[in-house]
Design a protein around this ligand. Structure first.
Ligand code: CO8
Length: 255
């Protein structure tokens, strides 16, 4: 598919997806979701790719769903548009490889929901975060009410959801919404460094960590532990033997 909004580049075995609609602060419209669904499929089919990074071009990561496209929606259309976005962001969680958000600027509304659909978030110290839907008389529609309280404390989530306030990157770090804050000019360098560190590990082990940690969140604790034990067992022959032998032989593992 030819992309209008998304750009795909690669660096070694890392895929970098850049949202490029800076004139509208990368606001998410229907075309974005079509393209992102297609991009997820395309990158998933690139077997050499071990990590995907999502970032935005210009001063925003994403300033939300496209308000101009939403203003005249009927309730039925609203439900459909909400489900489209929910499904796309869920597909990021379902990708086997890790997905990192490199948050370069505003991550508001649907933009924060996109960042929260990624596995973790590295932010520029210029980034701003918020769920401003209540300012528009709306509520989040891409699972923000569900993911935010799972990533932060319920109090921090409800503060953001109810007040519509924007917080800076330091506060986002404090509440656990982002994992690292860096200077703007170091954002891609640092995110790539983290991605390459992950890419140097046992690729199947990394995929299984993602799967079992995410699946476990939806399960009873004991069921999650059983899944972990099962995956732990299958890793021995898949990659563990090579990894542990390499350690004992004081050499780099050949994953
Ligand atoms: N949608 C459409 N256009 C936008 C959006 C947006 N979310 N955000 C910014 N733009 C446009 C502006 O209209 C402007 O366009 P133009 O140049 O043609 O006037 C351009 O981007 C630049 O924006 P500003 O001039 O406003 O830039 P500033 O630096 O002055 O301000 C802000 C930056 C503070 C980010 C400001 O643009 C802003 O407040 N934006 C809206 C933020 C917002 O409310 N986001 C939440 C949207 S709702 C949402 O995401 C719900 C998700 C779930 C939807 C479920 C579907 C049913």
């Amino acid at each position: 598919m030819d992309y209008e909004i998304l750009k795909l580049t690669t660096d070694e075995n890392i895929a970098i997806v850049t949202i490029s609609r800076p004139q509208a602060l990368n606001a998410l419209n229907s075309l974005f979701f079509k393209e992102m669904d297609s991009m997820i499929q395309q990158v998933s089919a690139m077997t050499e790719i071990r990590v995907m990074i999502i970032t935005g071009e210009g001063k925003a990561f994403v300033a939300g769903a496209d308000i101009a496209e939403m203003v005249d929606m009927t309730p039925e259309h609203g439900i459909a548009f909400s489900k489209t976005g929910q499904n796309t962001f869920r597909s990021l969680e379902k990708m086997e490889i890790p997905v990192i958000a490199a948050v370069n600027g505003f991550a508001l509304g649907g933009g924060l929901e996109l960042a929260m659909g990624c596995d973790f978030r590295i932010a520029s110290n210029k980034a701003k975060f918020g769920q401003p839907e209540v300012n528009l008389g709306m509520i989040p529609g891409y699972a923000g009410t569900q993911r935010l309280p799972r990533l932060t404390s319920l109090g921090d989530a409800l503060f953001l959801l109810m007040s519509g306030e924007m917080i800076n990157a330091e506060d986002a770090l404090r509440i656990g919404l982002v994992q690292k804050v860096v200077e703007p000019e170091q954002l891609m360098e640092e995110t790539l460094k983290i991605a390459k560190t992950i890419a140097s590990k046992g690729p199947l082990a990394v995929k299984k960590v993602k799967y079992v940690a995410r699946a476990g969140r939806m399960m009873h604790f004991e069921d999650g532990c059983n899944l972990e034990a099962e995956f732990f067992g299958t890793q021995f022959k898949a990659e563990g033997e090579e990894g542990m032998r390499a350690f004992l032989e004081k050499r780099k593992a050949n994953f």
